[in-house]
Design a protein around this ligand. Structure first.
Ligand code: AHR
Length: 511
């Protein structure tokens, strides 16, 4: 589509023709690698919330569900295959009421306490158990500390407990509890959502508090975690403004939280399944707002941190639906629509790789946009799981410049979004990977890929799609939707790919 036609389509004045149109044209420059897409962009979030940790991952050593030191073998196995690079724990809002000393020492001596107004925390999963999990799945740790109801001393002690070499009293206590060697804490978050559940603060007040906390979080230089400041929510850049000015040299990143709510209305968010096409397009349109949101925050960072020392860390993102008779708090089903939400977000994060250095989707198991759902001994992998798996080669890959010409658009009612979204990178295995999303739930789209800087003979990879917009896997029928093999040949140096309707695709180019 030319520019005028595209503009008219965006304005809703014309609709895409029903007959086969000019293919969408994608140009990749393989000779000009851009910034590295940090593997930490593919991070996960595991909060003590609903059945996200207890039941979903941790069943305890006495459970009849096969487990390793309390962690379910099926879930650990699936997470291992996902190449999870980073896990944020223990919250979220939970972090700001969590006292780490309750979660160490003999299991039968640990206290139960109440989180929030009524939820019991049994403290069976504490620091040692968390590190056991991430060591089993090969991930790094992003531990989130308690500013809301904790103290500087408590947080400083926790950092020492995790990172101190032998000789210090806290290292001796750790050894007494079964762990001689310090753990690697890649990132440490100082509080969460301080503007809300973390303490109803103003950004200036938190900036002072942060400096005070950060000052006392001693750790050996080589193993000191990178400190993260908890920022704002959505398009409000006030927290980014203040924190990026006040915390220079004291933080590696400022967080922002942005969820995809289908209706855009937190009172009536929309259903996880059985939604109409109106909520398909509104969900994708709302997800695409992540791009402008990042641009807004990055514009602020570019002013106060032109040296680009501070990253923008989207450490909570993903879909959030109404809890329709949910089995546990924030449990929701996960469908093909969630796969597209994940892929579109990945493309946006890749585009901003220079600043977006870390993200963690909410959440890993049984909570919000999860990778894995469990019901007693049963486990099911979601379309979001498969999307993360297909995109694994993008971890630490070098992004490649990509331009889309003659893009289609997909319109319903007054909403129009781009038909095709794409991203490309040269991965650590040396191959160029191309990812594609077709947002249109009805029409396949022809894509012509031209790659400069290399000769392409074909492409092979995986495609994730299904007949229904809400196709999902259930405990009774866990194989309804999963990736299928896909390949394409090149002719005259151009690769022709037909991307099915409502699909996510990742292919490696054959050079
Ligand atoms: O991810 C669920 C909750 O959403 C987190 O605890 C909180 O940080 C956010 O409001």
């Amino acid at each position: 589509m030319n520019t005028i036609k595209h503009t008219l389509a965006v304005l809703g004045l014309i609709t895409a023709p029903a007959f086969a149109a000019t293919p969408v044209s994608i140009n990749i420059d393989a000779g000009k690698p851009g910034p590295v897409i940090s593997k930490y962009v593919y991070g996960q979030f595991a909060e003590h919330l609903g059945t996200g940790v207890y039941e979903g991952m941790w069943v305890g050593t006495k459970s009849s569900i096969p487990n390793t030191r309390g962690w379910r073998n099926d879930v650990v196995g699936a997470l291992k295959e996902l190449h999870v690079p980073l896990v944020r724990w223990p919250g979220g809002c939970f972090a700001d009421t969590y006292h780490w000393r309750d979660g160490i020492g003999p299991q039968d001596k640990r206290p139960s306490n109440i989180y929030g107004s009524h939820i019991e925390e049994i403290n069976a999963v504490g620091t040692h158990e968390f590190f056991d999990l991430i060591e089993m799945i090969g991930a790094d740790a992003y531990v989130n500390g308690n500013v809301g109801t904790g103290s500087v001393q408590e947080m400083a002690d926790w950092v020492q407990y995790m990172t101190a070499e032998g000789g210090s009293p806290l290292a001796r206590l750790r050894a007494l509890n079964g762990r001689e060697k310090p753990w690697k804490v890649a990132y440490f978050g100082i509080g969460n959502e301080l503007w809300g559940c973390g303490g109803n603060m103003k950004p200036d007040y938190y900036a002072n508090l942060y400096s005070n906390y950060e000052h006392f979080l001693w750790a050996p230089e080589k193993s000191r975690p990178k400190m993260i400041a908890s920022g704002g929510s959505g398009f409000d850049t006030a927290w980014t403004q203040v924190l990026s000015k006040e915390l220079k040299g004291r933080t590696i990143g400022i967080t922002v939280h942005q969820y995809t709510v289908p209706t855009g209305n937190w009172e009536v968010k929309g259903k996880d399944l059985g939604f109409k096409e109106g909520e398909w397009i509104s969900t994708l349109a709302n997800t695409l707002k992540m791009d402008q949101l990042i641009k807004d925050h990055v514009a602020v960072l570019d002013k106060s941190d032109p040296e680009k020392k501070i990253g923008l860390m989207v450490d909570e993102w993903g879909t959030w639906y109404d809890e329709a008779g949910a089995r546990s708090a924030l449990f929701q089903q996960n469908s093909l629509r969630d796969a597209l939400v994940a892929a579109l977000n990945f493309h946006i994060f890749h585009e901003h790789a220079e600043r977006v250095t870390l993200t963690t989707i909410a959440q890993m198991v049984n909570v919000l946009q999860a990778m894995i759902l469990t019901d007693k001994e049963k486990m099911v992998l979601t379309p979001t799981y498969y999307t993360f798996q297909m995109y694994a080669p993008f971890q630490d890959a070098k992004s490649l410049p990509l331009a889309i010409a003659d893009n289609t658009s997909y319109t319903l009612g007054t909403t129009t979004i781009p038909g095709v979204s794409a991203s490309a990178a040269r991965a650590k295995d040396g191959k160029v990977y191309l990812s594609l999303v077709n947002t249109d739930p009805h029409k396949a789209v022809d894509v012509a890929v031209n790659v400069s800087g290399t000769k392409v003979n074909g492409a092979a990879g995986k495609v994730l799609t299904s007949a229904a917009m809400d196709a999902h896997n259930t405990f009774q029928n866990p194989q309804v939707i999963k990736p299928a093999a896909f390949s394409a040949r090149a002719a005259g140096g151009k690769l022709s790919i037909k991307v099915p309707a409502k699909a996510v695709m990742v292919v490696a180019l054959e050079e």
